[in-house]
Ligand binder design. Structure first.
Ligand code: GLV
Ligand code: MN
Ligand code: MN
Length: 425
């Protein structure tokens, strides 16, 4: 098949299968509020992963796992080669872990969507010159260990495998031991891929914002992914009686944290250019309604589309701590949890997404991603881009995250065509 013949492909994505897969995964880790909680390497994550592994096998894929627990599955090239191939591979994939009480699509769409895309290629009799690899990356969301995008950072070599295996969660559980929940048997393949061994990578994902919906566009072709800085900050004040302690004799840790959080809002607006800042996690101790807060642990999440803007925002956020500590008589400690540089996607992959959308008769828009994705790390070693589909109301990282079924199917259709283009050019 030539690249231009991609338009003539007879791709028929099974909407029934796609929705059934998403519905099945959407029951694993489902909470009373309708949100999904699947922490990396938890029983829920393992259950979702084994469902996907079965689906991969049913689609005719050769399923393996790597040293950090990424699930890796290959569809053979025309010559029958899967793993022992001399041609480089085309990759796609996403994650199955979630934020606390998140949505059903962030991650799973790019995973079961990839399986459904392969099934559509199989049904259309499409053969490719290069093998196609599906990856389920471990721990993208960073909800359990100190950092996120764990599986893709190991795959690109951004983080050493030994450092991943030594990560420790807040309960003291070591990553290496937590991997036992996956119950993998047999030898693991290397996590790391060499630069040049992956022809291209493309990740299907919900947009998580409102650009496609508000502009009436079917598909987003992602051009850049914003970077991220997260710090853990601890404010040490003085726990004391809420009635008996006059205002001027207090060292209230929560007021110091609140002042800091308001400063982050101001700084993000001042830095501008798409910079955003959030304090989404606060732990207040001792946490009694009649006790002045003695200690607060807070995590800030700062994002920006360029390294310069990210550095400017992070610089302000950390330098503001000194003055707040002095003013409120509160001791402050801070620790950098992670910094992920913003990164451009690659023209080879962006253009393939656009061509695939056009071949499917859909409109597309080049756009940046404000959210982090595994594609950012894969882009360190291979040309990468992403396929976005519209998010209803631009909602994500919450139980109301949703996309019209028609748009989910369109995303998988474009993924199948993109894979065919990239695996045959
Ligand atoms: C991942 O979804 C992130 O952007 O935090
Ligand atoms: Mn997410
Ligand atoms: Mn995601």
């Amino acid at each position: 098949m030539s690249a231009t013949a991609a338009g003539k492909l007879d791709i028929n994505v099974s909407e029934t299968q796609l929705l059934a897969d998403l519905e099945r995964l959407g029951r694993i880790g489902l909470g009373a509020d309708g949100g999904i909680t699947r922490r990396a390497l938890s029983n829920e994550d393992a259950e979702a992963r084994s469902y996907v592994a079965e689906r991969m096998r049913a689609a005719g894929l050769d399923v393996r796992h790597d040293e950090v627990g990424n699930l890796r599955a290959r569809r053979p090239a025309r010559d029958g080669a899967t793993w022992n191939t001399r041609s480089n591979v085309v990759m796609t994939g996403s994650h199955l872990d979630s934020v606390p009480s998140g949505g059903k699509l962030d991650g799973p769409l790019g995973v079961v969507g990839a399986v459904c895309a392969v099934e559509a290629l199989n049904a259309a009799g499409v053969q490719t010159e290069r093998p196609i690899e599906l990856v389920v990356f471990v721990g993208e969301e960073g909800s359990r260990f100190k950092r996120g995008t764990i599986g893709s950072a190991a795959l690109s070599g951004h983080v050493a495998v030994a450092d991943v295996l030594a990560l420790v969660d807040p309960d003291g559980v070591i990553y290496r031991n937590a991997m036992a929940t996956y119950g993998d048997s047999g030898a693991a393949i290397p996590a790391r891929v060499e630069r040049g061994s992956v022809h291209a990578f493309v990740e299907l994902h919900v947009e998580q914002g409102g650009v496609l919906e508000s502009s009436g566009t079917d598909i987003g072709a992602v051009t850049t992914i914003a970077g991220l800085v997260q710090h853990m900050v601890t404010f040490h004040g003085d726990a004391n009686h809420a009635g008996a302690t006059p205002m001027h004799l207090r060292r209230d840790a929560l007021l110091a944290a609140a002042q800091w959080a308001l400063g982050i809002e101001r700084a993000a607006r001042e830095v501008g250019g798409g910079a955003v800042g959030t304090v989404g996690k606060l732990t207040v101790e001792p946490g009694g309604k009649n006790i002045i807060p003695g200690r607060v642990d807070a995590i800030c999440d700062l994002r920006a589309p360029t390294p310069e803007l990210l550095t400017a925002l992070a610089g302000f956020v950390i330098s503001s701590l000194h003055g707040i500590g002095e003013q409120r008589g509160v001791e402050i400690e801070q620790q950098l949890l992670q910094r992920v540089e913003p990164g451009p996607m690659h023209e080879l992959a962006i253009a393939a997404v656009e061509r695939a959308a056009a071949a499917a008769g859909l409109s597309s828009l080049r756009m940046p991603s404000g959210a982090i994705h595994d594609a950012l790390h894969v882009a360190e070693v291979a040309p990468a881009s992403m396929i976005f589909v519209p998010s209803i109301g631009g909602k994500s990282h919450c139980p109301t995250e949703a996309t019209q079924p028609r748009d989910l199917v369109r995303g998988v259709d474009v993924l199948a065509r993109t894979l065919a283009i990239l695996a045959n050019e």
